[in-house]
Ligand binder design. Structure first.
Ligand code: GRF
Length: 195
């Protein structure tokens, strides 16, 4: 399986995915795409010999369809079978998502269906949750809403700040996403549940 990974920033999840796709793993990264040319993850991908593409969203303004056509055009030469969104911070419309149904994954820093959208750690702290975590799901047109493929749980500690909680969740993301991708790429749909 050929995997395109979409990032917007540091790409720590992308790095873990790249490092996992070795040996008898059924997938290999074919391209890393970012909407931000400054994304540090681009350097990490290049350092690992993975081709990179940048499609900035600014020039397209509110024309999401044109931005998404540019993305499709940029990844087409690499012929990906799967797309992994990893810290990709742009919403994708149904026009882009529909053809990728069942072939596009995303990692979200909450225990979906709780806390779709942004600021998930602050919201969990605000709610006084004692358990939080991250989810890998299939991408559907609705934001952070598709079939759940894996979850990892972390405790929320009394003296947690948004930063300490985010760091604890990110550590689990780095464990969860590679395990889900390995299963998904081999056709195994059993959810990965880490605690
Ligand atoms: C992190 O907040 C992570 O929870 C979410 O995207 C953000 C950046 O991740 N998935 P990364 O370091 O760019 O992979």
């Amino acid at each position: 399986k050929r995997v395109a990974i979409f990032i917007s920033g540091g790409g720590s999840n992308m790095v873990k995915l790249l490092e996992s796709m070795v040996g008898d793993h059924p997938a290999r990264a074919c391209v890393v795409l970012s909407n931000d040319p400054q994304a540090k993850g681009l350097e990490h991908a290049e350092a690992r010999g993975v081709p990179t593409e940048v499609v900035r969203h600014h020039p397209f303004g509110k024309d999401r369809a044109a931005f998404e056509h540019a993305i499709s055009g940029a990844i087409a030469p690499y012929a990906p079978d799967l797309i992994c969104l990893a810290g990709f911070m742009r919403k994708l419309t149904a026009e882009f998502v529909d053809p990728w149904r069942g072939k596009m994954l995303n990692i979200h820093p909450s225990l979906l269906p709780k806390y779709k959208g942004l600021h998930t750690h602050a919201r969990a702290l605000e709610a006084g949750d004692t358990v939080h975590g991250c989810t890998v799901h299939e991408v559907t047109p609705a934001l952070d809403d598709g079939p759940i493929l894996g979850q990892a749980r972390v405790p929320v500690l009394p003296d947690d700040t948004e930063e300490t909680l985010a760091a604890r969740v990110l550590t689990q993301e780095h464990l969860l996403y590679p395990q889900v991708l390995a299963r998904f790429a081999s056709g195994d749909r059993r959810p990965v549940l880490l605690s």
